[in-house]
Write a protein that binds this ligand. Structure first.
Ligand SMILES: Cc1cc2nc3c(=O)[nH]c(=O)nc-3n(C[C@H](O)[C@H](O)[C@H](O)COP(=O)(O)OP(=O)(O)OC[C@H]3O[C@@H](n4cnc5c(N)ncnc54)[C@H](O)[C@@H]3O)c2cc1C
Length: 518
């Protein structure tokens, strides 16, 4: 993927079949689906791909155990199917993860035991492992950091785990392989209509400050928490549909939670689910569910959310953590669909909805990463129907994502690139210095940065350190330390000047400091 080539395609195309706004999980999924079906497809993302919610998930590919408790079997079954499909279609960047749910009385042991057995049965042929009821001793052996005095035992069940932004890059690359054009740093700023129907979008290339008017037959709005803003570009008086809910994650060193099994607390004081999940050699703790009113691309953790996560981790685990032990805090906004007064977002539906306006704009809202493929399929089906294009079959249920072959070796960090790892390593022949590490605490090397620039449309230090690698999310201080080296590599490779480099370092450092708990 190369941004200049994408710009050339935009300039040389008279009309697109489907224009997708938003480069998160849903939009990229729609681009892959539409391109594979043979529609001339364009995706426009205002920042970098997955700058929004789609880089800020808890990293679970899951059916949603808690929706089972809410009795929403249909939602769980659909998500479990999608979980299985995703693990099968992208095995290089997803894996099965064992979870332990500790229980503190016999009633809970049976309640959660039966519920999680059902969760496994509902996954049908796509089970990731059998649910087991554990004794107190086995629970303590699998989770040695858990305070074990009061536990009665535990339940072991399986869900999936993944790297959200890396999967998104693979979805984008696969979409491009099937003929899609995907452009980051391209903000949609308006629509043009004829006889009340949208026929083009106004787009600003945020890096070159050039505006384009691009014609299409169908338009998909996959902008997550920005859905209302885009719908109101279409119809000014369109009422708000999204009720954003904020969730935070704290990343801590594995020494505080010494296990490859994840911990799941099904019901905290305020009825939330709390996870401690191993991810890229660290532990992700989260999350919260706080209704918010201000939508930002860089949402901030609230003090009470931080206290909640630290306090609950310390309540359940032996090795207490303090603020200084948090290596990174990242925050995401759930695009939940509005109902009632929006005060208790944890009860709002995680299902997705499609809304088609009079002008033909197809908005796809809600859902979760796990169900991105189904959301994309529904959005493309609606776009084709509304625009009266010829119907073509969706093939993404079994479509491989990215370039991978068995066996996949996950013992080192190169697995995230699957078959491209060898091409990245070959870059060292071009410059031996590119074998040097970006930071002593991480295995990433300089050649990876060159690869991201040449093949993954990384345009800023943030793209490299937040989403192509996950260093910012794993250890914000290491990301700040690595920034000057990344900036210099980018300056030379992208033929930028020193002013660009200094600007990049300054703006990235200011951003990364927000991921540190001072
Ligand atoms: C805290 C938290 C934890 C979660 N954990 C999980 C999990 O473990 N597993 C799971 O399955 N799901 C999880 N989810 C849900 C999942 O992350 C989201 O449902 C999903 O990422 C939403 O993707 P999206 O593409 O709809 O939205 P987004 O990722 O927000 O993408 C929308 C994109 O549209 C772009 N955009 C907006 N306006 C414009 C414009 N005018 N022009 C161009 N582009 C524009 C934005 O910049 C953004 O990149 C979690 C969510 C949160 C908040």
């Amino acid at each position: 993927m190369n941004r200049n080539e994408m710009l050339q395609q935009i300039e040389s195309t008279q009309q697109w079949d489907i224009i997708i706004i938003g480069g998160g999980a849903t939009g990229l999924g729609a681009a892959l689906d539409a391109a594979e079906r043979g529609y001339k497809t364009l995706l426009l993302e205002q920042f970098d791909f997955t700058k929004g919610t789609s880089s800020r998930s808890t990293k679970l590919v899951h059916g949603g155990v808690r929706y089972l408790a809410q009795g929403n079997i249909k939602l769980v079954v659909e998500a479990l199917k999608e979980r299985g499909r995703l693990l099968r279609n992208a095995p290089h960047i997803t894996s099965a993860q064992s979870f332990i749910l500790p229980v503190y009385n016999d009633r809970d042991k049976w309640y959660y035991g039966i519920g999680l057995k059902m969760y496994d049965i509902l996954s049908g042929g796509l089970s990731l492992g059998k649910t087991k009821i554990l004794s107190k001793q086995n629970t303590a052996a699998l989770l040695p950091s858990l305070k074990s005095e009061n536990i009665k035992g535990g339940i072991q069940y399986f869900d999936g785990q993944f790297d959200d932004s890396r999967l998104a890059i693979d979805i984008a690359a696969t979409a491009v392989h099937y003929g899609a054009t995907v452009l980051n740093y391209a903000k949609v700023i308006g629509f043009k209509k004829k006889d009340g129907k949208i026929f083009s979008v106004d787009v600003r290339d945020e890096l070159n400050n050039i505006e384009y008017n691009l014609r299409g037959k169908a338009f998909i709005n996959a902008t997550g928490v920005f859905t209302d803003a885009v719908m109101q570009m279409d119809e000014e008086d369109q009422p708000d549909l999204v009720s954003p809910s904020q969730g935070i994650h704290l990343v801590i060193d594995k020494k505080f939670f010494n296990s490859d099994h994840a911990l799941m607390i099904p019901k905290t004081d305020d009825g939330r689910v709390l996870f401690a999940v191993p991810w890229h050699n660290e532990i992700v703790l989260g999350t919260t569910d706080t209704p918010i009113h201000k939508i930002s691309e860089e949402p901030k953790a609230l003090e009470e959310e931080i206290e909640f996560v630290i306090g609950h981790f310390n309540r359940y685990c032996n090795n207490s953590i303090q603020r200084k032990d948090v290596k990174s805090v990242y925050v995401g906004l759930r695009p939940l669909i509005k109902k009632g007064d929006g005060k208790k977002t944890s009860l709002l539906s995680r299902d997705h909805t499609i809304i088609v306006t009079k002008s033909g704009l197809v908005s796809v809202i809600g859902g979760k990463w796990t169900t991105y493929r189904k959301m994309a399929e529904d959005a493309v089906n609606n776009a084709v129907f509304v625009s009266k294009m010829d119907k073509k079959e969706c093939n993404t249920k079994t479509l491989p994502i990215g370039a991978w072959d068995w066996p996949i070796d996950k013992t080192n960090h190169w697995y995230v690139y699957a078959n491209n790892a060898k091409h990245i390593k070959e870059l060292i022949k071009e410059n031996a210095l590119w074998s040097e590490k970006l930071h002593p605490s991480f295995s990433h090397i300089k050649a990876e940065v060159i690869w991201f620039i040449r093949n993954e449309m990384a345009m800023t230090i943030e793209d490299v350190l937040a989403r192509r690698t996950r260093i910012l999310f794993l250890d914000a201080q290491s990301a700040i330390d690595a920034a000057p080296m990344v900036a210099e590599l980018m300056r030379v490779e992208m033929k930028k000047d020193n002013i660009w480099k200094e600007d990049q370092i300054n703006s990235f450092t200011a951003l990364a400091k927000q991921y540190l708990l001072q």
